[in-house]
Write a protein that binds this ligand. Structure first.
Ligand code: ADP
Ligand code: MG
Length: 298
């Protein structure tokens, strides 16, 4: 393609909300034959909401949510925001809730959070976190988690003073149209793979809904990047689509990193292409545009 064609290509992209950072990104896109997609915020809407709570101990729901929110209010995680939002419903001062004071807050990346609230130790997160702190997870909770994950929701465990006290179910549905995008990619001979920090159960359920066969769950940011390299080593030209800080190593490692426009600044900086409309179908727009610019018979 001539420099003019590349300029036209990037210009057309920009007019359609597909920001292509340079000729190399535009050129690589048409060679992509494998797309790795992050789950949360990329394949899913990314606005999680609490849909149910099960208490395993005798405790007033309002008191339970007070200590939970007091802990989670210190976290930036989307799940934390969903939990705090839900906890507000139990307060009279819903608009401007005064949560109990939390101290010694710590965030365990990819696992959850911990703090001391009213001299009670509060641990909130996944099963791995409970194991780490030697919190017994009763069969009742295990069964609940399995049920929650089968519904493509995320189960969050809450331990208070060393005892598992509650299980929350958080829903973050698949984006409308995500399944269709995956089918179109398949028809273009582009393989789709999903990677996520979320648990295997939820990950598999969401992947099934999206029509994605290959899944990697409970993945740390570096492991997402390793997955990119592994697929490259087996001969694929890899596109990575993500929205989070935890996707940025993978976005950099990919042949073409594509960031969701509504995503974090760090992901947008790490990417070669930004999908400004946060529309998954624009992955196809980018590949199409690249094909039109570079695979013309000359
Ligand atoms: P994701 O790719 O799903 O955003 P993360 O690595 O950020 O993955 O988190 C992985 C898991 O760790 C979450 O699904 C959740 O179970 C748990 N987790 C992380 N942060 C929190 C938090 N603030 N509160 C409760 N659970 C959390
Ligand atoms: Mg994400």
């Amino acid at each position: 393609a001539t420099p003019t064609a590349v300029m036209v290509g990037t210009g057309v992209g920009a007019s359609q909300g597909v920001l292509i950072k340079g000729g190399q990104a535009l050129e690589s896109a048409h060679k992509v034959n494998c797309i790795i997609l992050d789950k949360t915020g990329t394949l899913t809407v990314g606005k999680p909401v609490v849909v149910s709570t099960r208490l395993l101990r005798n405790m007033v729901l309002r008191d339970f949510y007070d200590v939970v929110a007091a802990t989670e209010v210190n976290s930036e995680h989307p799940l934390a925001k969903a939990i705090v939002e839900y906890a507000k419903k139990f307060r009279d001062d819903e608009e401007n809730p005064m949560w109990p004071a939390a101290r010694e807050f710590i965030s365990i990346t990819g696992h959850g959070v911990k703090a001391i609230v009213d001299d009670r130790e509060v641990i909130i997160g996944n099963k791995g976190l409970m194991l780490e702190y030697k919190i017994a997870v009763p069969v009742e909770a295990e069964d609940l988690l399995a049920e929650i994950e089968a519904m493509a929701q995320t189960g969050i465990l809450v331990a208070i003073d060393g005892q598992l006290t509650g299980v929350l179910a958080i829903s973050d549905p698949l984006k409308p149209g995500a399944h269709e995008v995956i089918s179109i990619l398949k028809s273009m001979n582009v393989r789709s793979v999903m990677v996520t920090g979320d648990n295997w159960g939820t990950a598999r359920s969401i992947a099934t809904q999206a029509g994605i066969e290959t899944v990697m769950a409970e993945a740390k940011p570096e492991q997402k990047a390793e997955k990119v390299k592994e697929l490259q080593a087996s001969g694929y030209t890899v596109g990575m689509v993500g929205d989070g800080i935890n996707d940025s190593p993978a976005l950099v490692a990919a042949d073409v990193g594509m960031a969701i426009g509504a995503g974090t600044d760090i992901a947008i900086e790490a990417a070669d292409i930004v999908l400004m409309k946060s529309n998954l179908a624009d992955v196809i727009t980018a590949i199409d545009l690249s094909q039109k610019t570079f695979s013309r018979i000359r």
